[in-house]
Write a protein that binds this ligand. Sequence first.
Ligand code: ADP
Ligand code: ASP
Ligand code: MG
Length: 598
Amino acid sequence: MAIIVQKFGGTSVADATKIRRAAERAVAAKKAGHQVVMVVSARGKKTDELVSLAAEITDQPHPREMDMLLSTGEQESVSLMAMAVHSLGEQAVSLTGGQVGVLTDSSHTKARIERIATERMKRHLDNGSIVVVCGFQGTDDDFNITTLGRGGSDTTATALATVLQADVCEIYTDVEGVFSTDPRLVPEARKLSRISYDEMLELASVGAGVMHSRSIEFAKKFRVPLRVRPSYSDAEGTLITPASDEEESVVNGVALIRNEARVTIGEIPDRPGVLSVIFSQMAERKIPIDLVVQDVSSGGVAEISFTVPQDDLAETLTAAQAAVDELGAGEIQSGTNVSKVSAVGVGMRTHTGVAAEMFSILAAASINIGMVTTSDIKISVLVDRNSADDAVLAVHRGFGLEQDHHPTPRIGFVKKISEANNDQEKQAQLEQDVVARLTNMEDIVVSDVNLDQAQSRVTISNLPNSPGVASQLFSAVADGAIMVDMIVQNVGAKNRTNISFTVPREDLDQCLLLVRAVLEDWPDSDLSYEKEIAKLSVRGIGLRSHTDVGRKMFQALFQAGINVTMLNTSEILMSVVVGSADGEKAHDCLHRAFDLNS
Ligand code: ADP
Ligand code: ASP
Ligand code: MG
């Protein structure tokens, strides 16, 4: 007899008919011989309504009271669901998060799960009941009700599946499964039959709202097989699993965060420790920052830009001001009319030219790129909000994602340069070793720190801020089949663009030749490079959303007196570039910071 967890999202329990249909599904699974735990969200737009109601009373509701309020939506659903099961002649019992024993920390409205008790659920399951649990909520050690953040019922479901060692966790929702991009935005989006944990984790964290990204962290950490399925039919949906050996698509999905905000802290000293101060201030408020770019201008003055979800802007500005006070210098600027578009695919590990292709697709659509960062399986760009929809459509089409089969596209600049290696298996083993030692379920998992001393950095500053610049540059480099690794682009002071990237050291000379040829078009630009750099990559699960990873990382580097010249962040990988003489030292201090054996 298997344990199955079935999660039903808001639209799938919006009215009595839908509640009955969900109950029928659970009863069918029970009749097929399984023990069934249902995790249920608030009905329809209930949570949004409660949020608006609070906003009518005050624009600064106390987070504890918000949790008390929002948790009622789920309580309504579970009782109705249990009644629906009863009316089908089966036993059911509804339980709140607190009644189950979902213990969280005390950070109201974004609480993290520490432990989940299984006794009560198991007792009811063994007595033949279907257990119906409120998603999205728990209690802290003082019995305060907490919630896990919007969309958090997915996380409740995968966490319950973990502690119950369920055979599968099924996420029932209002679409056919996980698509190559949001099907409501791009009707030609294609449903994927399978997607890897890593890709789903990155996509969910950059806007693919179909899953709460923390639920994928659970799934990956504890190897829970996840299936996203429609609640209105028997279709198979999408399986989310470890990466397979099949030939992977270069790009598997495109995601959009429409309401991003951009923050720049200028006029700060260029010395070790600045990033540490900024990341610490953000971590204290659990604000995940993204597209982090550091520009050093003349006179030892630096400028750091990053993006945050627009909803976090007010708190981010408070945090930025605290950082400026701590540093004793700095000017803060922010802008809100921007959106983030990201392309994700594991094939980026084995192909060159993917960034060049994406930039040229955007250039062809006359879309200007404000900022860029890349990670090992993700490229994110910041665009004006009014071109966001066009950008998503262009990138989706440009990579041929609407087509039924899109094996490695031999399009444009994309070239395969290596076979997938079995590092993934080794990585999974390292991860499992760390997971086995966790005290709390949602604790940070950093499994590995890698030192790469075989790369060089190239920086071009003072480029014009117009569509097609990045495209022209990276197309030239891609023509040489050079594996460009970290790319960061920023539009800095005076509306000029700065771009930095790393390439294998053996390709540096050829790369410089190719770049110099393009730069003839832009006589004002400056090219500089650093032949010997050290690149450090920290691997793990949920690195960006666990804001403490950035804090720990930059604190450790600061304490070792190491200056960081480039960085990028993602859910599975955070990379920094430091001077080559600091490489070993940085490697050791990061190993120590994350308690890894050397
Ligand atoms: P639920 O209430 O079931 O949790 P959500 O609204 O949270 O449902 O998630 C489902 C929605 O996610 C879909 O209606 C769709 O518009 C959106 N979505 C965004 N990106 C994707 C994607 N890549 N694949 C599928 N759906 C997506
Ligand atoms: N009801 C909560 C929300 O709307 C949780 C969820 O649906 O996952 O965010
Ligand atoms: Mg959801």
